[in-house]
Design a protein around this ligand. Structure first.
Ligand code: SF4
Length: 417
C-alpha cells in the first residue's frame, strides 16, 4: 500500500488519490477521440471457476434474453446522439462466456455497426467447451475474425488445482486453427502450485504447434473474493517463471508483444485493453475517455433497471486530472512495451518530454527505457518490473474496486490511495 501511494504521488505530482464517485454524466463524449476501441461484456458462464475474478453468474436463458435487450438499449443510450458513423479500431467480446449468447452476438454487432465502422476486426473470448463446428461457423457469419481461448494449462495437475478439466483441448485447438480466424490467442496461467518452467514451456509449444498465433500468460492472482482451494506460488517464483517463459519464446522465434503476451512474428494482436480510449458496454464494463474513466454496475438487476430508466448504467466515475490521465496512458503503453510521444501529446496536450522530463531521464539511465527513432521502448528488465508493479496495483486497486462493486450495485464512492 505504501509503495502504490508513493509511486502515485511521485508520478502524478499530487497527494490527491484516485477518487471514484457515483456521479453519472449520462452522456459519453467520444466523437472527437482517435484510437477508440469497443468492448462488450457477457456475464454468463456454464459453471463458475474458483480462481476467476470477473463479473459473471451461471447462465440462464431468460436472464440472458433480458440482458440482451438492456445491452442493445445501453448502446442506443450511449451512441444515439452521434452525428455520423464513427471509425473504431476494434470490437471485443469478453466475459463470462460470450458464446453462451451466440445467437445474439450478430444482433449486438449489427447494433454497434449502426454507429461504428470497425477497422481492426472483431474478437471473442471462448471457453474450450464453445469450440464446436456450428458455434465457430456462427462466429464467422457474425463477422468475428479473432478468438481467444482460455485453456489455462494443458497439464492435468495444474488444471486440477484450478478446478478445471482437460476437455480434449488439443482437438479443439486444431478445429479452431482450421476455421480460418486471423488471430487465435490462447490464455495460460502461471504460478499454479507445482507448475514448473518445463510444464509452462510445454504448454506454450503445444499451443503454437496446434495453431495459436499468440499466447497470453497471466500470473495466478489470489483475489480476496475468489474461492481458490490452492494459493499461487510466491512472487519470486512467478517472476522467475516469467523470465523462463520469455527466454523460451525468444528461443523458438516468438516475439514478446506485451508484458504478458507473446506472438508469432507479423501476426495481428489480440488485445482488448491497450487502446488509448474505449467504450465498454454491459455489466462491469469500463469506459476510458479523454478526461474520465467510468465503470458500469456489476449487478445485472441494477443494470437492467438503470437502462430501463433511460440512464447509462454507470456506477462509478473518476474525473482525471491531466497528470492522472497522462499516468494512465503511460501505464498501459508500458504494458504494450512502447511509449509513443506523438500519441501522448495528441491526447494530453503537452509534450511527453516536458511533462515527464525527470522520469524519462531516470528511466533511460536505469535501463528501463530506450529510445528507438521516435518511440520509447520498454526493455526486458522493465517488463519484469512492470509485472511486479502490475500485481501490486491489482491487489491494491482492482481487488478493492471489484470487491466493493460486487457487493453494492451503485456505491457512493471509492478512494484509491
Ligand atoms: S474463468 Fe471463464 S468460464 Fe470460468 S468463471 Fe471465469 S469467465 Fe467463466
Amino acid at each position: 500500500m505504501l509503495f502504490t501511494s508513493l509511486l502515485r504521488v511521485f508520478l502524478t505530482r499530487s497527494l490527491k488519490p484516485f477518487i471514484f464517485d457515483h456521479s453519472n454524466r449520462n452522456e459519453l463524449d467520444f466523437e472527437s477521440l482517435n484510437d477508440l476501441g469497443l468492448y462488450v461484456h457477457i456475464p454468463f458462464c456454464r459453471s463458475l471457476c474458483s480462481f476467476c475474478p470477473y463479473c459473471k453468474e451461471k447462465y440462464n436463458k431468460q436472464r440472458a434474453d433480458s440482458y440482451k435487450i438492456a445491452l442493445l438499449k445501453e448502446i442506443d443510450l450511449a451512441c444515439g446522439k452521434q452525428t455520423k458513423v464513427k471509425m473504431v479500431t476494434s470490437l471485443y467480446f469478453g466475459g463470462g462466456t460470450p458464446a453462451l449468447m451466440i445467437d445474439d452476438l450478430k444482433d449486438i454487432i449489427d447494433k454497434l455497426k449502426s454507429y461504428f465502422s470497425i477497422a481492426g476486426g472483431i474478437g471473442v473470448e471462448l471457453h474450450p467447451k464453445d469450440i464446436e463446428e456450428e458455434t465457430l461457423q456462427k462466429l464467422k457469419a457474425a463477422g468475428v475474425t479473432m478468438v481467444s481461448v482460455g485453456i489455462q494449462s494443458f497439464n492435468e495437475k495444474c488444471l486440477q488445482k484450478l478446478g478445471r478439466n482437460n476437455d480434449s483441448f488439443i482437438e479443439k485447438l486444431d478445429l479452431l486453427s482450421q476455421s480460418g480466424f486471423d488471430v487465435v490467442d490462447v490464455d495460460f496461467i502461471f504460478g499454479i502450485p507445482e507448475q514448473t518452467d518445463e510444464i509452462l514451456a510445454d504448454d506454450i509449444k503445444t499451443a503454437f504447434d496446434h495453431g495459436a498465433t499468440q499466447v497470453s500468460t497471466y500470473p495466478f492472482i489470489d483475489f480476496t473474493f475468489a474461492d481458490n482451494a490452492y494459493k499461487p506460488m510466491s512472487e519470486k517464483v512467478k517472476k522467475k517463471m516469467l523470465k523462463s517463459l520469455t527466454t523460451y519464446c525468444s528461443k523458438i522465434g516468438i516475439e514478446r508483444t506485451a508484458v504478458w503476451t507473446f506472438a508469432k512474428p507479423c501476426t495481428q494482436k489480440y488485445s482488448s485493453i491497450t487502446r488509448d480510449n474505449f467504450l465498454g458496454f454491459g455489466v462491469s464494463a469500463t469506459t476510458l475517455l479523454k478526461d474520465s474513466f467510468k465503470i458500469n454496475t456489476f449487478s445485472i438487476d441494477g443494470y437492467i433497471r438503470r437502462v430501463n430508466e433511460n440512464l447509462l448504467p454507470t456506477s462509478l466515475t473518476l474525473e482525471f486530472t491531466r497528470r492522472q490521465r497522462a499516468v494512465y496512458f503511460l501505464f498501459w503503453s508500458a504494458y504494450a512495451l512502447s511509449i509513443n510521444p506523438e500519441k501522448f501529446e495528441k491526447l494530453i496536450g503537452i509534450p511527453l518530454n516536458k511533462m515527464f522530463a525527470l522520469e524519462l531521464f531516470i528511466a533511460e539511465k536505469a535501463g528501463i527505457l530506450q529510445k528507438k527513432e521516435d518511440i520509447y521502448e520498454i526493455t526486458n528488465k522493465a517488463a519484469y518490473l512492470y509485472h511486479s508493479i502490475e500485481q501490486i496495483y491489482t491487489t491494491a486497486y482492482i481487488d478493492k474496486m471489484w470487491n466493493v462493486s460486487r457487493n453494492e450495485a451503485f456505491p457512493d464512492k471509492i478512494i484509491l490511495k
